[in-house]
Design a binder for this molecule. Structure first.
Ligand SMILES: [Zn+2]
Length: 275
């Protein structure tokens, strides 16, 4: 009992530190900067942040959300991300114990949060999260668990392939003018062809497939499309043109698929299909 609590607290503290690093990744990766060097600086005055001003959650509170040197305010987003990752890691251990499953779930949810943050703010899904996560997901599949190892590579292939097909169909419709592409111009760099979906979304779904398997991929895409439609359809109907950060909705769908996936599928087959 006591040992369990120690592990849960340890997981929470580790999660907060990982959340701090996730903040660095979310800030720097879309800017093509190294996540290792240099050490963290204040974005306003450029002063290096001392270790005691960089303690997850605690420093933001102690500094009252201001830089020690220039008094520029520090966004509440930073401690919130640290708190979220702390809860992800502590929660995974509370639910699944000190197991490989808990570790895989915590890593997966942390990656999804990173993807949602970078895609939501910059329309970018860094390869470190997608391809790095794909590699981790495949490694986890070969660790001892009650899941068959081949579901990971199969899921990764399905995740990438399914979105490849969706994008091919979407781009064909875009070229024929069947769907609007105007809002996509905002995120295009010079020389880029308009497309309905970035390569990052495809790579991300390969990662999701490695963690959740083929059934999880289908559930994630279904849930992602559902949530995306609910959020963006009213905006479209109101005539607002906003580029869709599809990765945000896929990340939300994947998180739900991880936590409720088996239960959702069982509910669907027993209730809707009445099997
Ligand atoms: Zn400063």
């Amino acid at each position: 009992m006591f040992v369990d609590t120690v592990w849960e607290v340890f997981a929470g503290i580790f999660g907060a530190m990982l959340g701090s690093f996730l903040n660095v990744c979310v800030y720097r990766l879309p800017r093509n900067e190294s996540v290792i060097r240099p050490r963290s600086r204040c974005p306003s005055c450029g002063t290096s942040i001392a270790w005691y001003d960089n303690v997850p959650l605690v420093s933001w509170l102690a500094l009252r959300a201001r830089c020690r040197h220039c008094r520029a305010s520090i966004s509440v987003r930073y401690p919130l991300v640290e708190l979220a990752v702390a809860l992800i890691w502590a929660g995974s251990v509370i639910v699944a114990g000190v197991t490989t499953e808990a570790l895989a779930a915590a890593v997966f949810l942390t990656l999804l949060l990173g993807i949602a943050l970078t895609d939501g703010r910059h329309y970018v899904i860094p390869d470190l999260f997608s391809l790095g996560g794909l590699a981790l997901g495949l490694v986890f599949a070969f660790l001892p668990s009650d899941r068959s190892w081949y579901l990971a590579p199969l899921g990764a292939a399905l995740g990438y392939g399914l979105l490849w097909v969706v994008r091919a169909v979407g781009d064909a419709a875009l070229r024929r003018g069947l769907i609007g592409g105007k809002e996509l111009d905002t995120v295009l760099e010079e020389g880029e062809q308009p497309t309905t979906m970035g390569e990052g979304d495809l790579r991300m779904m390969a990662m999701v497939g490695a963690f959740l398997g083929p059934a999880g991929v289908l559930l994630t895409v279904f849930l992602g499309a559902l949530v995306g439609s609910v959020v963006f359809l009213p905006l479209r109907l109101a005539g607002k043109h906003i580029a869709v950060p599809f990765g945000v909705f896929l990340a939300a769908g994947a998180a739900v698929a991880l936590v409720f996936g088996p239960g959702l599928v069982a509910w669907y087959t027993s209730t809707v299909l009445a099997l």
